[in-house]
Design a protein around this ligand. Structure first.
Ligand code: FAD
Length: 462
Protein backbone atom coordinates (compact mmCIF):
# COMPACT_ATOMS: atom_id res chain seq x y z
CA UNK A 1 0.00 0.00 0.00
CA UNK A 2 1.32 3.50 -0.80
CA UNK A 3 2.71 5.38 2.19
CA UNK A 4 1.84 9.03 2.77
CA UNK A 5 4.94 10.14 0.89
CA UNK A 6 5.15 12.56 -2.04
CA UNK A 7 7.33 12.29 -5.14
CA UNK A 8 7.96 15.01 -7.70
CA UNK A 9 8.85 13.96 -11.25
CA UNK A 10 10.41 16.67 -13.44
CA UNK A 11 9.13 16.20 -17.00
CA UNK A 12 5.93 14.42 -18.07
CA UNK A 13 7.19 12.89 -21.31
CA UNK A 14 7.78 9.15 -21.69
CA UNK A 15 10.59 9.00 -19.11
CA UNK A 16 8.60 10.92 -16.49
CA UNK A 17 5.35 9.05 -17.11
CA UNK A 18 7.08 5.69 -16.78
CA UNK A 19 8.92 6.76 -13.62
CA UNK A 20 5.61 7.96 -12.14
CA UNK A 21 4.08 4.57 -12.92
CA UNK A 22 7.00 2.88 -11.15
CA UNK A 23 6.57 5.02 -8.03
CA UNK A 24 2.80 4.81 -7.88
CA UNK A 25 2.86 1.51 -5.97
CA UNK A 26 4.86 3.12 -3.15
CA UNK A 27 4.04 6.84 -3.10
CA UNK A 28 0.67 8.29 -2.10
CA UNK A 29 1.09 11.44 -4.16
CA UNK A 30 3.11 11.96 -7.34
CA UNK A 31 3.38 15.36 -8.99
CA UNK A 32 4.40 15.32 -12.65
CA UNK A 33 5.70 18.78 -13.49
CA UNK A 34 6.09 19.90 -17.11
CA UNK A 35 6.84 23.18 -18.84
CA UNK A 36 4.29 22.39 -21.52
CA UNK A 37 0.53 22.34 -21.54
CA UNK A 38 -0.18 18.69 -22.08
CA UNK A 39 -2.55 18.30 -25.05
CA UNK A 40 -5.87 16.50 -24.62
CA UNK A 41 -5.39 14.95 -28.08
CA UNK A 42 -2.44 12.91 -29.38
CA UNK A 43 -0.57 15.85 -30.89
CA UNK A 44 3.07 16.86 -30.86
CA UNK A 45 4.20 19.54 -28.40
CA UNK A 46 7.03 21.99 -27.98
CA UNK A 47 8.89 20.32 -25.10
CA UNK A 48 9.22 17.08 -27.10
CA UNK A 49 10.39 18.19 -30.57
CA UNK A 50 11.28 14.61 -31.48
CA UNK A 51 7.57 13.82 -31.22
CA UNK A 52 7.19 14.78 -34.88
CA UNK A 53 9.89 12.30 -35.89
CA UNK A 54 9.41 8.65 -36.71
CA UNK A 55 9.57 6.46 -33.61
CA UNK A 56 9.84 2.68 -33.48
CA UNK A 57 9.10 0.71 -30.33
CA UNK A 58 11.53 -2.16 -29.91
CA UNK A 59 10.01 -5.50 -28.91
CA UNK A 60 11.67 -5.44 -25.48
CA UNK A 61 10.19 -2.00 -24.89
CA UNK A 62 6.72 -3.15 -25.85
CA UNK A 63 7.02 -6.03 -23.40
CA UNK A 64 8.15 -3.64 -20.66
CA UNK A 65 5.30 -1.22 -21.38
CA UNK A 66 2.82 -4.10 -21.18
CA UNK A 67 4.34 -5.11 -17.86
CA UNK A 68 3.91 -1.59 -16.51
CA UNK A 69 0.46 -1.12 -18.09
CA UNK A 70 -1.16 -4.52 -18.59
CA UNK A 71 -3.15 -4.68 -21.81
CA UNK A 72 -1.59 -1.56 -23.36
CA UNK A 73 -0.71 -3.28 -26.67
CA UNK A 74 -4.29 -4.57 -27.01
CA UNK A 75 -5.66 -1.13 -26.15
CA UNK A 76 -3.51 0.37 -28.91
CA UNK A 77 -4.54 -2.33 -31.38
CA UNK A 78 -8.11 -1.16 -30.73
CA UNK A 79 -7.01 2.30 -31.87
CA UNK A 80 -6.06 0.95 -35.30
CA UNK A 81 -2.38 0.59 -34.39
CA UNK A 82 -0.81 -2.21 -36.47
CA UNK A 83 1.16 -5.03 -34.87
CA UNK A 84 4.19 -5.71 -37.03
CA UNK A 85 6.23 -8.90 -37.22
CA UNK A 86 9.65 -7.30 -37.52
CA UNK A 87 11.21 -10.32 -39.18
CA UNK A 88 8.43 -11.43 -41.51
CA UNK A 89 6.77 -8.16 -42.43
CA UNK A 90 9.73 -5.78 -42.69
CA UNK A 91 12.40 -5.81 -45.40
CA UNK A 92 15.80 -5.20 -43.80
CA UNK A 93 18.49 -3.99 -46.14
CA UNK A 94 21.71 -3.98 -44.13
CA UNK A 95 25.09 -3.07 -45.63
CA UNK A 96 23.84 -3.83 -49.14
CA UNK A 97 22.25 -7.19 -48.30
CA UNK A 98 18.57 -7.99 -48.00
CA UNK A 99 17.80 -10.17 -44.99
CA UNK A 100 15.72 -13.28 -45.67
CA UNK A 101 12.41 -13.10 -43.83
CA UNK A 102 10.43 -15.57 -41.76
CA UNK A 103 7.63 -15.46 -39.14
CA UNK A 104 8.79 -14.52 -35.64
CA UNK A 105 7.62 -13.42 -32.24
CA UNK A 106 9.38 -10.08 -32.74
CA UNK A 107 6.25 -8.00 -32.69
CA UNK A 108 6.37 -4.20 -32.71
CA UNK A 109 3.58 -1.65 -32.54
CA UNK A 110 3.54 0.90 -35.35
CA UNK A 111 2.39 4.26 -34.04
CA UNK A 112 3.26 7.91 -33.91
CA UNK A 113 5.11 9.18 -30.88
CA UNK A 114 2.26 11.52 -29.77
CA UNK A 115 -0.22 8.62 -29.77
CA UNK A 116 2.08 6.47 -27.66
CA UNK A 117 2.64 9.27 -25.17
CA UNK A 118 -1.09 10.06 -25.12
CA UNK A 119 -2.02 6.44 -24.38
CA UNK A 120 0.58 6.13 -21.64
CA UNK A 121 -0.41 9.51 -20.15
CA UNK A 122 -4.02 8.30 -20.02
CA UNK A 123 -2.95 5.18 -18.13
CA UNK A 124 -0.83 7.19 -15.69
CA UNK A 125 -3.56 9.78 -15.12
CA UNK A 126 -5.89 6.97 -14.05
CA UNK A 127 -3.53 5.85 -11.25
CA UNK A 128 -4.34 7.00 -7.72
CA UNK A 129 -2.41 10.01 -6.37
CA UNK A 130 -1.16 11.32 -9.75
CA UNK A 131 -1.29 15.09 -10.34
CA UNK A 132 -0.08 16.86 -13.46
CA UNK A 133 1.37 20.33 -12.85
CA UNK A 134 1.55 21.83 -16.35
CA UNK A 135 2.90 25.08 -17.82
CA UNK A 136 5.38 25.02 -14.96
CA UNK A 137 9.15 24.92 -14.99
CA UNK A 138 11.37 23.40 -12.32
CA UNK A 139 14.07 25.99 -11.55
CA UNK A 140 16.14 24.32 -8.84
CA UNK A 141 16.29 21.70 -6.13
CA UNK A 142 15.82 22.40 -2.43
CA UNK A 143 17.90 20.49 0.13
CA UNK A 144 18.50 19.99 3.83
CA UNK A 145 20.93 22.39 5.58
CA UNK A 146 23.76 19.85 5.30
CA UNK A 147 22.79 19.26 1.65
CA UNK A 148 22.76 15.52 2.21
CA UNK A 149 19.16 15.15 1.03
CA UNK A 150 17.03 16.78 -1.64
CA UNK A 151 13.81 17.97 -0.04
CA UNK A 152 11.85 19.25 -3.03
CA UNK A 153 11.88 21.62 -5.98
CA UNK A 154 11.46 25.30 -6.70
CA UNK A 155 8.92 25.87 -9.48
CA UNK A 156 7.87 28.77 -11.65
CA UNK A 157 4.38 28.76 -13.10
CA UNK A 158 3.78 30.40 -16.46
CA UNK A 159 2.22 33.46 -14.79
CA UNK A 160 5.60 34.05 -13.11
CA UNK A 161 4.58 32.87 -9.63
CA UNK A 162 7.25 30.81 -7.89
CA UNK A 163 6.60 28.03 -5.39
CA UNK A 164 8.54 25.53 -3.30
CA UNK A 165 7.10 22.02 -3.39
CA UNK A 166 8.42 19.64 -0.73
CA UNK A 167 8.95 15.99 -1.70
CA UNK A 168 10.37 12.81 -0.24
CA UNK A 169 11.79 11.89 -3.64
CA UNK A 170 12.56 14.02 -6.72
CA UNK A 171 13.12 12.32 -10.08
CA UNK A 172 14.67 14.22 -12.98
CA UNK A 173 13.07 13.06 -16.27
CA UNK A 174 13.62 16.36 -18.07
CA UNK A 175 15.33 14.85 -21.12
CA UNK A 176 18.72 15.33 -22.71
CA UNK A 177 18.96 19.02 -21.74
CA UNK A 178 18.65 18.03 -18.06
CA UNK A 179 20.04 20.55 -15.61
CA UNK A 180 20.88 17.93 -12.97
CA UNK A 181 24.66 18.32 -13.43
CA UNK A 182 24.26 22.06 -12.71
CA UNK A 183 21.78 21.59 -9.87
CA UNK A 184 24.13 19.07 -8.23
CA UNK A 185 27.01 21.54 -8.44
CA UNK A 186 24.81 24.20 -6.82
CA UNK A 187 24.39 21.81 -3.89
CA UNK A 188 28.15 21.23 -3.66
CA UNK A 189 28.33 17.90 -5.53
CA UNK A 190 30.56 16.97 -8.45
CA UNK A 191 28.68 16.62 -11.76
CA UNK A 192 28.80 13.24 -13.48
CA UNK A 193 31.41 12.43 -16.10
CA UNK A 194 29.81 12.63 -19.53
CA UNK A 195 30.53 10.18 -22.38
CA UNK A 196 29.71 12.07 -25.55
CA UNK A 197 29.93 10.66 -29.07
CA UNK A 198 29.31 13.20 -31.83
CA UNK A 199 27.19 11.67 -34.60
CA UNK A 200 25.63 14.81 -36.10
CA UNK A 201 22.48 13.01 -37.21
CA UNK A 202 19.69 14.79 -39.06
CA UNK A 203 16.20 13.29 -39.23
CA UNK A 204 13.37 14.09 -41.61
CA UNK A 205 9.93 12.52 -41.17
CA UNK A 206 6.78 12.76 -43.23
CA UNK A 207 3.53 10.81 -42.99
CA UNK A 208 1.72 9.53 -46.07
CA UNK A 209 -1.60 7.84 -46.73
CA UNK A 210 -0.94 4.12 -46.95
CA UNK A 211 -2.08 2.05 -49.89
CA UNK A 212 -2.11 -1.77 -49.89
CA UNK A 213 0.53 -2.09 -52.62
CA UNK A 214 3.08 -0.01 -50.69
CA UNK A 215 6.15 -1.92 -49.55
CA UNK A 216 4.97 -4.83 -51.72
CA UNK A 217 2.34 -5.48 -49.08
CA UNK A 218 4.82 -5.58 -46.18
CA UNK A 219 4.51 -3.31 -43.15
CA UNK A 220 7.97 -1.77 -43.02
CA UNK A 221 11.34 -1.37 -44.68
CA UNK A 222 14.75 -0.16 -43.61
CA UNK A 223 17.91 0.63 -45.56
CA UNK A 224 20.81 1.35 -43.23
CA UNK A 225 23.57 3.94 -43.52
CA UNK A 226 27.04 2.69 -44.25
CA UNK A 227 30.41 4.41 -44.35
CA UNK A 228 30.66 6.12 -47.72
CA UNK A 229 26.85 6.36 -47.95
CA UNK A 230 25.79 7.83 -44.60
CA UNK A 231 22.09 7.95 -45.52
CA UNK A 232 19.34 5.76 -44.19
CA UNK A 233 15.67 5.39 -44.96
CA UNK A 234 12.88 3.76 -43.05
CA UNK A 235 9.18 3.41 -43.71
CA UNK A 236 6.74 1.85 -41.31
CA UNK A 237 2.97 1.58 -41.10
CA UNK A 238 1.25 3.45 -38.31
CA UNK A 239 -2.21 4.12 -36.90
CA UNK A 240 -5.09 5.30 -39.06
CA UNK A 241 -3.78 3.80 -42.30
CA UNK A 242 -0.71 6.02 -42.39
CA UNK A 243 2.81 5.20 -43.34
CA UNK A 244 5.72 7.13 -41.84
CA UNK A 245 8.78 7.74 -43.99
CA UNK A 246 11.93 8.72 -42.13
CA UNK A 247 15.23 9.74 -43.64
CA UNK A 248 18.39 10.18 -41.64
CA UNK A 249 21.88 11.33 -42.41
CA UNK A 250 25.02 10.79 -40.31
CA UNK A 251 27.92 13.17 -39.73
CA UNK A 252 26.41 16.24 -41.31
CA UNK A 253 24.54 14.55 -44.16
CA UNK A 254 21.23 16.46 -44.26
CA UNK A 255 18.11 14.86 -45.70
CA UNK A 256 15.93 17.42 -47.49
CA UNK A 257 12.29 18.40 -46.87
CA UNK A 258 11.13 19.54 -50.34
CA UNK A 259 9.08 17.16 -52.52
CA UNK A 260 11.56 16.87 -55.38
CA UNK A 261 14.59 16.76 -53.12
CA UNK A 262 13.04 14.03 -50.96
CA UNK A 263 12.38 11.97 -54.04
CA UNK A 264 15.97 12.42 -55.18
CA UNK A 265 17.18 11.42 -51.71
CA UNK A 266 14.96 8.33 -51.71
CA UNK A 267 16.40 7.30 -55.07
CA UNK A 268 19.88 7.18 -53.59
CA UNK A 269 18.77 4.44 -51.22
CA UNK A 270 19.21 1.05 -52.78
CA UNK A 271 15.72 -0.38 -52.47
CA UNK A 272 12.67 0.84 -54.39
CA UNK A 273 10.02 0.84 -51.69
CA UNK A 274 10.51 4.25 -50.11
CA UNK A 275 10.88 5.90 -53.52
CA UNK A 276 7.52 4.46 -54.55
CA UNK A 277 5.85 6.05 -51.54
CA UNK A 278 7.53 9.46 -51.83
CA UNK A 279 6.85 9.56 -55.57
CA UNK A 280 3.16 8.70 -55.60
CA UNK A 281 1.54 8.53 -52.15
CA UNK A 282 -0.54 11.36 -50.72
CA UNK A 283 1.33 13.17 -47.95
CA UNK A 284 -0.71 13.89 -44.83
CA UNK A 285 1.87 16.07 -43.06
CA UNK A 286 4.69 18.40 -43.98
CA UNK A 287 8.19 16.97 -43.84
CA UNK A 288 9.80 17.96 -40.53
CA UNK A 289 13.53 18.07 -39.86
CA UNK A 290 15.43 17.66 -36.58
CA UNK A 291 19.11 17.54 -35.69
CA UNK A 292 20.62 15.27 -33.07
CA UNK A 293 24.25 16.24 -32.45
CA UNK A 294 25.58 13.59 -30.07
CA UNK A 295 24.85 10.51 -28.00
CA UNK A 296 25.36 11.48 -24.36
CA UNK A 297 25.73 9.18 -21.36
CA UNK A 298 26.04 10.77 -17.91
CA UNK A 299 27.82 8.38 -15.59
CA UNK A 300 25.88 8.91 -12.37
CA UNK A 301 26.84 5.40 -11.27
CA UNK A 302 30.44 6.57 -10.92
CA UNK A 303 29.78 9.45 -8.52
CA UNK A 304 31.12 8.95 -5.02
CA UNK A 305 28.67 11.40 -3.42
CA UNK A 306 25.05 11.90 -4.36
CA UNK A 307 22.21 13.42 -2.33
CA UNK A 308 19.52 11.14 -0.92
CA UNK A 309 15.99 11.65 -2.24
CA UNK A 310 17.08 12.31 -5.82
CA UNK A 311 17.29 10.31 -9.06
CA UNK A 312 17.92 10.97 -12.75
CA UNK A 313 16.23 8.78 -15.38
CA UNK A 314 15.75 8.18 -19.12
CA UNK A 315 17.25 10.68 -21.61
CA UNK A 316 18.43 12.89 -18.73
CA UNK A 317 20.83 10.05 -17.88
CA UNK A 318 21.51 8.65 -21.36
CA UNK A 319 20.34 9.78 -24.78
CA UNK A 320 21.26 7.45 -27.63
CA UNK A 321 21.65 8.08 -31.34
CA UNK A 322 17.93 7.75 -32.23
CA UNK A 323 18.65 5.58 -35.27
CA UNK A 324 18.73 2.57 -32.94
CA UNK A 325 15.30 3.38 -31.43
CA UNK A 326 16.40 2.51 -27.90
CA UNK A 327 15.34 5.51 -25.77
CA UNK A 328 11.82 4.55 -24.71
CA UNK A 329 12.76 0.91 -24.18
CA UNK A 330 15.53 1.93 -21.79
CA UNK A 331 13.19 4.35 -20.00
CA UNK A 332 10.69 1.50 -19.54
CA UNK A 333 13.35 -0.92 -18.30
CA UNK A 334 14.60 1.72 -15.85
CA UNK A 335 11.01 2.12 -14.63
CA UNK A 336 10.71 -1.62 -13.98
CA UNK A 337 14.02 -1.48 -12.08
CA UNK A 338 12.87 1.55 -10.08
CA UNK A 339 9.58 -0.11 -9.14
CA UNK A 340 11.43 -3.17 -7.86
CA UNK A 341 14.03 -1.18 -5.91
CA UNK A 342 11.53 1.18 -4.28
CA UNK A 343 9.36 -1.76 -3.21
CA UNK A 344 12.38 -3.31 -1.50
CA UNK A 345 13.12 -0.19 0.63
CA UNK A 346 14.86 3.06 -0.09
CA UNK A 347 18.13 2.85 1.73
CA UNK A 348 20.90 3.53 -0.78
CA UNK A 349 18.29 3.91 -3.53
CA UNK A 350 20.29 6.19 -5.82
CA UNK A 351 23.39 4.00 -5.70
CA UNK A 352 21.37 0.86 -6.41
CA UNK A 353 19.35 2.56 -9.12
CA UNK A 354 22.32 4.07 -10.96
CA UNK A 355 24.29 0.82 -10.83
CA UNK A 356 21.32 -1.19 -12.09
CA UNK A 357 20.62 1.35 -14.84
CA UNK A 358 24.26 1.31 -15.93
CA UNK A 359 23.94 -2.44 -16.45
CA UNK A 360 20.77 -1.89 -18.50
CA UNK A 361 22.45 0.79 -20.61
CA UNK A 362 25.82 -0.94 -21.23
CA UNK A 363 24.61 -3.29 -23.98
CA UNK A 364 22.44 -0.78 -25.93
CA UNK A 365 25.16 1.88 -25.60
CA UNK A 366 27.74 -0.52 -27.03
CA UNK A 367 25.40 -1.34 -29.94
CA UNK A 368 24.82 2.33 -30.75
CA UNK A 369 28.35 3.63 -30.24
CA UNK A 370 30.06 0.54 -31.65
CA UNK A 371 28.00 0.71 -34.85
CA UNK A 372 28.51 4.47 -35.17
CA UNK A 373 32.27 3.94 -34.96
CA UNK A 374 32.08 2.26 -38.37
CA UNK A 375 31.96 5.81 -39.73
CA UNK A 376 35.51 7.15 -39.92
CA UNK A 377 34.37 10.68 -39.00
CA UNK A 378 32.88 9.52 -35.68
CA UNK A 379 35.48 10.10 -33.00
CA UNK A 380 36.11 7.52 -30.32
CA UNK A 381 38.37 4.64 -29.39
CA UNK A 382 38.10 1.76 -31.84
CA UNK A 383 39.17 -1.14 -29.70
CA UNK A 384 40.08 -4.42 -31.40
CA UNK A 385 36.76 -5.72 -30.05
CA UNK A 386 34.75 -2.93 -31.73
CA UNK A 387 36.56 -3.53 -35.06
CA UNK A 388 36.06 -7.27 -34.79
CA UNK A 389 32.35 -6.99 -33.94
CA UNK A 390 31.67 -4.55 -36.80
CA UNK A 391 33.47 -6.73 -39.33
CA UNK A 392 31.67 -9.78 -37.95
CA UNK A 393 28.21 -8.17 -38.04
CA UNK A 394 28.82 -7.19 -41.66
CA UNK A 395 29.52 -10.85 -42.42
CA UNK A 396 26.37 -11.76 -40.51
CA UNK A 397 24.37 -9.47 -42.83
CA UNK A 398 25.89 -11.22 -45.84
CA UNK A 399 25.04 -14.65 -44.46
CA UNK A 400 21.55 -13.56 -43.33
CA UNK A 401 20.48 -13.11 -46.96
CA UNK A 402 20.10 -16.89 -47.09
CA UNK A 403 19.89 -17.88 -43.42
CA UNK A 404 16.86 -16.58 -41.52
CA UNK A 405 18.22 -17.97 -38.24
CA UNK A 406 20.91 -15.30 -38.41
CA UNK A 407 18.40 -12.59 -39.24
CA UNK A 408 16.41 -13.62 -36.18
CA UNK A 409 19.54 -13.59 -33.99
CA UNK A 410 20.44 -10.09 -35.21
CA UNK A 411 16.91 -8.74 -34.67
CA UNK A 412 16.70 -10.21 -31.18
CA UNK A 413 19.84 -8.27 -30.23
CA UNK A 414 18.66 -5.10 -31.98
CA UNK A 415 15.36 -5.38 -30.10
CA UNK A 416 17.25 -5.73 -26.80
CA UNK A 417 15.84 -9.20 -26.12
CA UNK A 418 19.37 -10.61 -26.00
CA UNK A 419 22.74 -9.02 -25.20
CA UNK A 420 25.12 -8.28 -28.09
CA UNK A 421 27.30 -11.19 -26.95
CA UNK A 422 24.53 -13.57 -28.07
CA UNK A 423 25.75 -13.03 -31.62
CA UNK A 424 29.10 -14.49 -30.65
CA UNK A 425 27.78 -17.87 -29.49
CA UNK A 426 29.75 -20.67 -31.20
CA UNK A 427 26.72 -22.00 -33.13
CA UNK A 428 25.90 -18.54 -34.46
CA UNK A 429 29.52 -17.79 -35.38
CA UNK A 430 29.73 -21.04 -37.29
CA UNK A 431 26.61 -20.18 -39.28
CA UNK A 432 27.97 -16.70 -39.99
CA UNK A 433 31.28 -18.01 -41.26
CA UNK A 434 29.68 -20.77 -43.31
CA UNK A 435 27.14 -18.37 -44.85
CA UNK A 436 29.76 -15.71 -45.52
CA UNK A 437 32.11 -18.15 -47.27
CA UNK A 438 29.28 -19.38 -49.44
CA UNK A 439 28.70 -15.75 -50.33
CA UNK A 440 25.51 -13.85 -49.70
CA UNK A 441 23.14 -12.72 -52.36
CA UNK A 442 23.69 -8.98 -52.86
CA UNK A 443 20.40 -7.28 -53.53
CA UNK A 444 19.98 -5.94 -57.05
CA UNK A 445 18.04 -2.72 -56.98
CA UNK A 446 15.02 -2.79 -59.26
CA UNK A 447 14.29 0.91 -59.53
CA UNK A 448 17.17 2.85 -58.10
CA UNK A 449 20.32 2.75 -60.20
CA UNK A 450 21.44 6.10 -58.75
CA UNK A 451 22.40 4.57 -55.43
CA UNK A 452 25.49 6.13 -53.91
CA UNK A 453 28.32 3.63 -54.28
CA UNK A 454 29.74 2.21 -51.10
CA UNK A 455 32.01 -0.53 -49.95
CA UNK A 456 30.73 -1.31 -46.49
CA UNK A 457 32.87 -4.41 -46.04
CA UNK A 458 36.07 -2.42 -46.22
CA UNK A 459 34.89 0.41 -44.04
CA UNK A 460 33.51 -1.75 -41.23
CA UNK A 461 37.10 -2.30 -40.25
CA UNK A 462 37.57 1.20 -39.25
C1 FAD B 1 14.79 12.28 -33.68
C2 FAD B 1 14.55 11.29 -32.56
C3 FAD B 1 13.97 10.06 -32.85
C4 FAD B 1 13.77 9.14 -31.83
N1 FAD B 1 13.27 7.91 -32.15
C5 FAD B 1 13.08 7.00 -31.18
C6 FAD B 1 12.56 5.72 -31.48
O1 FAD B 1 12.32 5.38 -32.64
N2 FAD B 1 12.36 4.85 -30.44
C7 FAD B 1 12.65 5.18 -29.15
O2 FAD B 1 12.45 4.37 -28.25
N3 FAD B 1 13.16 6.39 -28.84
C8 FAD B 1 13.38 7.31 -29.81
N4 FAD B 1 13.90 8.52 -29.49
C9 FAD B 1 14.20 8.83 -28.06
C10 FAD B 1 12.93 9.12 -27.29
O3 FAD B 1 12.23 10.18 -27.91
C11 FAD B 1 13.27 9.45 -25.82
O4 FAD B 1 14.10 8.45 -25.31
C12 FAD B 1 12.01 9.54 -24.97
O5 FAD B 1 11.27 10.66 -25.34
C13 FAD B 1 12.26 9.62 -23.47
O6 FAD B 1 12.74 10.86 -23.20
P1 FAD B 1 12.51 11.65 -21.83
O7 FAD B 1 11.13 11.48 -21.34
O8 FAD B 1 13.63 11.27 -20.95
O9 FAD B 1 12.75 13.14 -22.32
P2 FAD B 1 11.91 14.02 -23.34
O10 FAD B 1 11.04 13.19 -24.17
O11 FAD B 1 12.90 14.89 -24.01
O12 FAD B 1 10.98 14.89 -22.40
C14 FAD B 1 11.45 15.82 -21.46
C15 FAD B 1 10.24 16.50 -20.82
O13 FAD B 1 10.67 17.33 -19.75
C16 FAD B 1 10.07 18.60 -19.85
N5 FAD B 1 11.00 19.53 -19.19
C17 FAD B 1 12.30 19.76 -19.51
N6 FAD B 1 12.87 20.59 -18.63
C18 FAD B 1 11.93 20.90 -17.71
C19 FAD B 1 11.91 21.71 -16.54
N7 FAD B 1 13.02 22.35 -16.11
N8 FAD B 1 10.75 21.85 -15.86
C20 FAD B 1 9.63 21.19 -16.27
N9 FAD B 1 9.59 20.41 -17.36
C21 FAD B 1 10.73 20.24 -18.06
C22 FAD B 1 9.84 18.82 -21.34
O14 FAD B 1 8.80 19.74 -21.59
C23 FAD B 1 9.47 17.39 -21.78
O15 FAD B 1 8.10 17.13 -21.64
C24 FAD B 1 14.12 9.47 -30.49
C25 FAD B 1 14.70 10.71 -30.20
C26 FAD B 1 14.92 11.60 -31.24
C27 FAD B 1 15.59 12.92 -30.91
Amino acid sequence: MPSDRTAVVIGASMGGLLAARALSDSYARILLVDRDDLPAEPTARRGVPQGRQLHVMLTRGRHALDELFPGLSEELAGLAVPLIDLHEQVSWYNDGYLMSRRPSQLLAIGLTRPLLEHAVRGRVAALPGIEFVTATEVLALTATADRGRVTGVRLRHRDGAEQIVPADLVVDASGRASRSPLWLEELGYAPPVEDRVRVDVTYVTRLYQREPHHLDGLLGTLANAVPGAPRAGIAIVQEDGRIAVGFSGMMGEQPPTGDEEMLAFARTLATPWITEIVEAATPVTEAVRMRFPASVRRRYERLRRFPAGYLVVADAMCSFNPIYAQGITIAALEALLLRRLVAAGESGLSRRFFRGSARLIDGPWSIAVGTDLRFPAVEGPRSPRVRFVNAYVHRLHVAATADPVLGAAFLRVLNLLEPPTALLRPGTMLRVLRGFWRGGRPYTPVMNPQRVAADPAASTLG
